[in-house]
Design a protein around this ligand. Structure first.
Ligand code: AQP
Length: 344
């Protein structure tokens, strides 16, 4: 029986402004996981081009994501930091998975429905096949754990379905090629935490998102203290004071969101936050939130700006990371070709 050593893979698209949702939903987990796991953190630039991108801006955005990883505390020596397009095997395995995944599975992806909207006929084929590429990103390294925000749960489930179908469809060939069990692991999403789904500061029913046209809907990692304070103070709330218990957050999405953000920023629980602030007015709570947000994000933003001013340093990290990633990816891709019956 194959034993898959624990390995972490995750990525962020170089599109728009990196925000607090990306930070708390993904990057903070990367920083913690590097202490216990072998990790690969990717800038998923091939995902970014599923929608139109300005080439000059895209190049900057790729470096910005790498800078955000490093500025947040991800160690580029201990972990592998690289960009997806620098390792051709991602696209190679994605094609194989296009042939494994079923049209019906992709038709059920809610993110595609949201992003395509009413213009389904005019979006790229790449946007539709995006989850197959994401499955390839993860399974190319036979990664077992994927730290992501809640919005990515369905895509990880699809990656598991693809892995399962590949293992089943080619079971005989997998054994004939010297493996004594499934070839791919079924990767687990790591989603838990009070900020698994950070919502817009303007509307508690919408997720905080890079592509929201309102800059006041999100706190960007690049925001300075003044911008953070302004956005938190303008964040939508209701008229009631904060409740003392979690049950009191029901039906109050904006309050729930701010409490979750505070809890995640201080690495505590929502229960702890309500113990401290239950009964307080939002004005007082928002002051405290500004303080913890500025303390946590201020230094990350400053370090990001410093790193972005040194593109040669970032490019070097990405190049070395890509080489290390390729060393892991190529043997897996070669084995996939053998299993499929392709000649290499
Ligand atoms: N609001 C969020 N709360 C918690 N986690 C979030 N993530 C994104 N938004 C939130 C997590 O951040 C990681 C990187 O996301 P991505 O850039 O690859 O894709 P995305 O989910 O499409 O990000 P956005 O901000 O929502 O971009 P647009 O507006 O372009 O769609 C992922 O782990 C994601 O779960």
């Amino acid at each position: 029986m194959t034993i898959f050593p624990e390995r972490v893979f995750s990525g962020i698209q170089p599109t728009g402004h990196l925000h607090l949702g990306n930070y708390l939903g993904a990057i903070v987990k990367f920083v913690a996981l590097q202490e216990t796991h072998e990790c690969l953190f990717c800038v998923v630039d091939l995902h970014a081009i599923t929608v139109a991108q300005d080439p000059v801006e895209l190049r900057k955005a790729i470096r910005r994501i790498a800078a955000a990883y490093i500025a947040s505390g991800v160690d580029p020596v201990k972990n592998i930091i690289f960009s997806q397009s620098q390792v051709g095997e991602h696209a190679e395995l994605a094609w194989v998975f296009n042939c494994v995944a079923r049209l019906g599975w992709l038709n059920r992806m809610t993110q595609f429905k949201e992003k395509a909207g009413k213009d389904r006929e005019n979006v790229s084929v790449g946007l539709f096949a995006y989850p197959d590429l994401m499955a390839a990103d993860i399974l190319l390294y036979r990664a077992t754990h994927v730290p992501v925000g809640e919005d990515q749960k369905q895509h990880i489930e699809l990656a598991r379905d693809i892995a399962h179908k590949f293992n089943n469809d080619f079971a005989a060939s997998i054994v004939a090629n010297g493996h004594d069990g499934p070839f791919f692991p079924l990767p687990e999403p790591l989603i838990q935490g009070p900020a698994a789904r950070v919502m817009s500061l303007r509307d508690g029913a919408k997720k905080m998102s890079k592509s929201d046209p309102s800059d006041f809907s999100r706190i960007n990692l690049s925001d300075d203290a003044e911008a953070i304070a302004q956005k938190v103070r303008k964040a939508k709330t209701d008229a009631e004071p904060l409740p003392c218990e979690i049950a009191g957050l029901a039906g109050r999405p904006e309050a729930e969101n701010l409490v979750g953000i505070y809890a995640a920023l201080v690495d505590g629980s929502r229960e702890d936050v309500l113990l401290e602030f239950g009964g307080a007015q939002f004005s007082a709570f928002k002051n405290a939130l500004v303080e913890v947000a500025v303390a946590k994000l201020g230094s990350v933003g400053g370090e990001m700006r410093r790193l972005e001013n040194d593109p040669a340093y970032i490019d070097n990290i990405l190049r070395e990371g890509a080489q290390r990633a390729r060393n892991l990816a190529r043997p897996v891709m070669d084995q996939v070709k053998d299993i499929l019956g392709l000649i290499r």
